[in-house]
Each structure stands twice: as structure tokens, then as C-alpha cells.
Design a protein around this ligand. Structure first.
Ligand SMILES: Cc1cc2nc3c(=O)[nH]c(=O)nc-3n(C[C@H](O)[C@H](O)[C@H](O)COP(=O)(O)OP(=O)(O)OC[C@H]3O[C@@H](n4cnc5c(N)ncnc54)[C@H](O)[C@@H]3O)c2cc1C
Length: 239
């Protein structure tokens, strides 16, 4: 944001960008691993951080927090929280706090023989160690492959496959500063530099999240197999 605003308003423009976070730490759900890198990046970029502050009001002149802090602002971007589609409310059965349907290993909705849930709507175990898929493109891509396969297998009377996605990485874009790549559910910061991680992030955003061209039908169908996890291959071998 600071650089974008300067590009628009001029390099000498008086820019102020602030992040307000209710938790004690920035990026609370990412854990302590990448936090020093995130703080370094934000401070280098000139982004102010206000932690332990709960937004209690937003008006045309700025933001107010529960502690009484007032941040004058022309523009407020709300990024607090994600939820599964409201469509899940129409499906009976247990949900998690984000509204996701708690599915079985084949992503079937328990008790509903012909209904599978996937992507952001599915609360699904990624492994046998208690890790649960996140509302992320990384998990949605593979969940979609399994759900598609299993719905087709179900129709054809073939065995379904158990969803498994043991490789987990986080690649966090940190603007012009670069990016940070972590591996595993403990989010251990990889040895990649900020610039190298940024190259990975661009690879993800411009290539890995897109399906293959449908013009090559055989290749496209091959890529749709549940076992194909291009991101895992990329990061397991090179991170
Ligand atoms: C701004 C933003 C940034 C993100 N950045 C990242 C990131 O950097 N990394 C990451 O891993 N994840 C990121 N995510 C999360 C990621 O995009 C989602 O986890 C992923 O797209 C979920 O895939 P999905 O197929 O479950 O759902 P979606 O991609 O949301 O697809 C659901 C589709 O269903 C359609 N739909 C909804 N209701 C109906 C209906 N009633 N009938 C028919 N169609 C319907 C919708 O139009 C949509 O096209 C981001 C999400 C957002 C919003």
C-alpha cells in the first residue's frame, strides 16, 4: 500500500498506512515462526502496527478502537475473518465455527449419501495427525480433485479415495519487500531469501493456482487426478 499510494500520489506524499490487530501479535494465526520476518517487512515498508486494539467503530473520518485509540483515515479496508459460503446452512449436519461442513474421509457429508463438500465449505482432515484443511487455495485445489473423483466414483459404483494432503507450506506476499515461505504446520521459515520467496509467490499466483488448458484433454484430465499436487512437488523438492 505505501508504495502504491506513492506511485499514485507522488513519492513525497504524506502516506500513512496502519494495521489494527485485536490479538497481541501481528498475523496471530501464522504463529511465531514467520512473525519476525513479517514485522521486519512491514517496518521496512513503513506500515504502522497497532496490536491489542479491537476496532469498535468506523466512520467517514477514521477508525476508533475499544481502548479509545483514534486513527484518522480516508480509507478503511476490513479483512477480519472468512467464512464458508452461506449455502452450507442448507445442508444438515455438524459445522465448524466457520460454517464448514464436517465431512468424512471421502469428503462426503455424513448421513447424506449423495452430497460431497469441498474447498472452503469442507472441514476435512489432511492427515492422521489432526491437521485440518484451511480455507486456502492450496487446500481447495486438492480437495476439489478428491471431491470430483469421489463423486464420479460414487456414481460408477467404484471405491472412493480418502483425502490426504500431507505437504503444507505458507507463502506470504509482503509487497515490494518480498515474501516469506514457511514449510510444515509449525511454519518453519525456509532458507529462501525475501526475493526468492517472492518468485515462488508469483509462480503460485500466476501458474500453480490455474487449471491446465482444456485444449489438451488428456493432459487436463491427468492433472485432475487427486494425487497430483503441483505445489507440493514444487515446494517439497526446492524449498
Ligand atoms: C481476497 C482473497 C485473497 C486470497 N488469497 C489467498 C492466498 O493468497 N492464498 C491462499 O491459499 N488462499 C487465498 N484465498 C483463499 C482462496 O481464494 C480460497 O480458499 C479458495 O478460492 C477456495 O476455493 P473454493 O473452490 O472452495 O471456493 P471459491 O474459489 O470461492 O469458488 C466457489 C465458486 O462457487 C460459486 N458459487 C457460490 N454460490 C453458488 C451457487 N449458489 N451456485 C453456483 N455457484 C455458486 C462462486 O461464484 C465461486 O465461483 C484468498 C481469498 C480471498 C477472498
Amino acid at each position: 500500500m505505501p508504495q502504491r499510494l506513492r506511485d499514485i500520489l507522488g513519492q513525497d506524499a504524506n502516506i500513512r498506512v496502519a494495521v489494527v490487530e485485536r490479538a497481541a501479535d501481528i498475523g496471530p494465526e501464522l504463529g511465531p515462526g514467520p512473525r519476525p520476518v513479517i514485522i521486519e517487512a512491514l517496518s521496512t515498508l513503513g506500515v504502522e502496527i497497532f496490536t491489542n486494539e479491537t476496532v469498535s467503530g468506523v466512520d467517514s473520518e477514521g477508525v476508533t478502537t475499544a481502548s479509545g485509540l483514534r486513527i484518522p483515515s480516508k480509507t478503511v479496508i476490513w479483512t477480519g475473518g472468512i467464512r464458508a459460503s452461506a449455502l452450507t446452512e442448507q445442508i444438515p449436519g455438524e459445522k465448524d465455527a466457520l460454517g464448514r461442513i464436517i465431512v468424512d474421509g471421502s469428503l462426503r457429508v455424513p448421513g447424506l449419501k449423495n452430497v460431497f463438500a469441498t474447498g472452503d465449505t469442507a472441514y476435512a482432515a489432511t492427515d492422521d495427525e489432526g491437521h485440518i484443511a484451511l480455507l486456502s487455495c492450496q487446500h481447495a485445489l486438492i480437495l476439489g480433485r478428491y471431491a470430483g473423483y469421489n463423486a464420479a466414483a460414487d456414481l460408477l459404483g467404484e471405491p472412493t479415495k480418502t483425502y490426504r494432503q500431507p505437504v503444507y507450506v505458507t507463502c506470504l506476499d509482503l509487497g515490494p519487500w518480498g515474501a516469506v515461505l514457511t514449510t510444515g504446520w509449525d511454519r518453519v521459515v525456509s532458507g529462501l531469501s525475501a526475493a526468492e520467496a517472492k518468485i515462488k509467490k508469483i509462480l503460485i499466483n500466476t501458474k500453480l493456482i490455474y487449471p491446465p488448458p482444456a485444449t489438451d484433454r488428456v493432459f487436463a484430465l491427468g492433472e485432475a487426478r487427486p494425487e497430483v499436487d503441483r505445489a507440493a512437488q514444487e515446494f517439497a523438492t526446492k524449498a
